[in-house]
Design a protein around this ligand. Structure first.
Ligand code: ARG
Length: 451
C-alpha cells in the first residue's frame, strides 16, 4: 500500500485521504482564524515564565502569520492533503520560513483545541453577519408593513377567511418572528464568545499557560473554564448555533409560504417584479416564485444540518473524538444557507407590489361576522347569545367597509395598534450589538497582529 509522509508521521495514502475527508477544502474558511489564534498563542508563549519563545521571535511568527492571512485573502494559501488540515498547513509553512522557531508554535497546544477555537472565531463573524442580514430583512418588512398598515387584508385561520386584518399586521408579524430569532442568535453568540484554547488534547498541560491572556487577546468574553468541557463543547456549540439558524429558517419558510399563496393569480394580493421571478423553458408566460420555493426547501436543509451535528455528538463520549470533524461540513452549510436566504429576501420584500383592489375583493360579508357579534356585545348582549344570533342570520350580514373595520382594531398589537417604534427599537438594538461587537473584536485582532 502506498504511504505518504506528513508533518506528523508517515500514513497509508488511503487512510490519509479518508481521514482528512473534506478538511482540505473546508478549512480554507478557517485560515484567518487559525492564524489569529496562533498569534494569540505565541504571544502567550512569549510571556510565560520561563518564556517558550522570546518577544522578538513572537514578532517574527506574527509577521509570517500576517503574510499567510494576506495570501489566503488572495486565495493563494494552499492546504495540501499531506497537511491534513489548516492547522498543520500553517505550522508547516511557519517551519519552512522560520526553521526551528516554527517547530515551537505548537507548544502546549493540540489541534483539538485549535480547531475548537477556529470554529468559534469563524462562528462569531458568521453570527454577526447573520444578525446584520436579519436586521436588513426585518427593516424591509417593517418599512413595507408601515407603508401598508392601513391596507385591509382578510385574516385567515385554517386558511379560510376569518376576520378583517391588514397588510401591516401580516408584515410586522414576520418581522417580530425574526426579532425573536435574533434573541436566539445573540444568545448563541454569547455562548460562542468563550475561548477554548488551552484545553490541549482535552486535559490541559503541565506548564503554567495563561488562558485568560489568550482569551483577552482574541477579544473573547472569557475562557471556557473546564478544559475537558472546552473540548466537549465542540459540536454542542455548533448545534446551538444551528438551532438558532433553523429558527430563522422556520420564520423565513412561513413567510415564503404566505408569499407563494398571496402571489398566486387566484389571490393576486401581491405581485413580484419580473426580475425576481424565473421563467419556464416551455411555457412562455410563466413567472415562477422559485426564490421563495427554495427558501422553503432550504429550511429543511438547515434543520437537517442541525440534526446531523446533534446526531454526531449525542452518543459521543467525553474528550476529543474524530467524529467531531464531520460536524464541520453541516455547520458551515447550515450557516451559509441561512445567510443566503436572508440576503435574497430583503430586496424581495422591498419589491413586493400590493394590489389593494384584490385585497378588498377578498372581503365577503361573512368576514365581518365576529365584528358584528362583538358589536351586539357592545349593545349589551352576552357574547354566546350574540354569536348564535349572528350564526343563525349569516345571510343578513352587511358588508362593512374593510378600511373602517380595521380602524376599530386599535388595541396593543392589533392591526391599527402595532407599535412600529417599539419594533424599530428592537431592530436598532440588534444592529447596535453587531456594530459594538465588530468594533471590539476588530480592535483586539488589530492590536494582536500589529507588531
Ligand atoms: N481536522 C481535525 C478536526 O476537525 C483536527 C483535529 C485533529 N485531531 C486529532 N486528534 N486527530 O477535528
Amino acid at each position: 500500500m502506498a504511504k505518504q509522509k506528513t508533518t506528523v508521521g508517515t500514513i497509508n495514502k488511503e487512510v490519509l485521504s479518508f481521514t482528512a475527508g473534506r478538511d482540505v477544502e473546508l478549512d480554507i474558511n478557517l485560515i484567518k482564524a487559525d492564524c489569529v489564534g496562533t498569534a494569540a498563542h505565541v504571544t502567550m508563549l512569549s510571556q510565560m515564565t520561563p518564556a517558550i519563545i522570546t518577544e522578538a521571535e513572537c514578532k517574527k511568527v506574527i509577521q509570517e502569520l500576517t503574510g499567510i492571512i494576506a495570501k489566503a485573502a488572495d486565495g493563494k494559501f494552499k492546504i495540501r492533503l499531506a497537511d491534513q488540515d489548516v492547522h498543520l498547513a500553517v505550522e508547516r509553512t511557519l517551519t519552512e520560513t522560520l526553521g526551528d522557531l516554527g517547530k515551537k508554535v505548537h507548544t502546549c497546544r493540540s489541534r483539538n483545541d485549535q480547531v475548537a477555537l477556529d470554529l468559534r472565531l469563524y462562528a462569531r463573524e458568521e453570527l454577526l453577519g447573520t444578525l446584520e442580514e436579519a436586521v436588513a430583512l426585518i427593516s424591509a418588512l417593517l418599512a413595507f408593513g408601515k407603508k401598508h398598515q392601513k391596507v385591509p387584508m382578510v385574516g385567515r385561520t385554517h386558511m379560510q377567511p376569518g376576520m378583517p386584518s391588514s397588510v401591516g399586521l401580516w408584515a410586522s408579524a414576520h418581522a417580530e418572528s425574526l426579532l425573536d430569532d435574533c434573541v436566539l442568535l445573540v444568545s448563541a453568540y454569547e455562548l460562542n464568545d468563550q475561548c477554548p484554547l488551552g484545553s490541549a488534547a482535552s486535559y490541559g498541560v503541565p506548564l503554567d499557560i495563561d488562558r485568560e491572556l489568550v482569551s483577552d487577546l482574541l477579544g473573547f468574553h472569557c475562557p471556557i473554564h473546564n478544559v475537558l468541557y472546552a473540548n466537549n463543547a465542540r459540536g454542542k456549540n455548533e448545534s446551538i448555533i444551528l438551532g438558532a439558524m433553523s429558527q430563522v429558517m422556520l420564520s423565513l419558510s412561513r413567510m415564503a409560504q404566505d408569499l407563494m399563496l398571496f402571489t398566486m393569480p387566484e389571490f393576486g394580493y401581491f405581485t413580484l417584479p419580473d426580475e425576481l421571478t424565473t421563467g419556464s423553458s416551455i411555457m412562455p408566460q410563466k413567472k415562477n416564485p422559485d426564490v421563495i420555493e427554495l427558501v422553503r426547501a432550504r429550511a429543511s436543509r438547515v434543520k437537517a444540518c442541525e440534526l446531523a451535528v446533534y446526531d454526531l455528538i449525542k452518543g459521543s463520549p467525553s474528550g476529543y473524538n474524530r467524529d467531531l470533524q464531520d460536524a464541520k461540513e453541516p455547520f458551515m452549510e447550515g450557516i451559509t444557507t441561512t445567510r443566503a436566504c436572508l440576503r435574497v429576501l430583503a430586496p424581495y420584500v422591498q419589491a413586493i407590489q400590493v394590489n389593494k383592489d384584490k385585497l378588498l375583493a377578498g372581503f365577503t360579508p361573512d368576514v365581518f361576522a365576529t365584528d358584528r357579534a362583538l358589536e351586539l356585545v357592545g349593545e349589551g348582549m352576552a357574547f354566546r347569545d350574540a354569536y348564535h344570533h349572528v350564526k343563525e342570520n349569516l345571510g343578513e350580514l352587511e358588508s362593512i367597509n374593510p378600511s373602517k373595520a380595521i380602524l376599530q382594531k386599535t388595541h396593543l398589537g392589533a392591526p391599527l395598534g402595532i407599535d412600529w417604534a417599539l419594533l424599530k427599537e428592537r431592530t436598532t438594538a440588534v444592529a447596535g450589538v453587531v456594530s459594538d461587537e465588530r468594533e471590539f473584536i476588530g480592535n483586539a485582532v488589530k492590536e494582536l497582529l500589529s507588531v
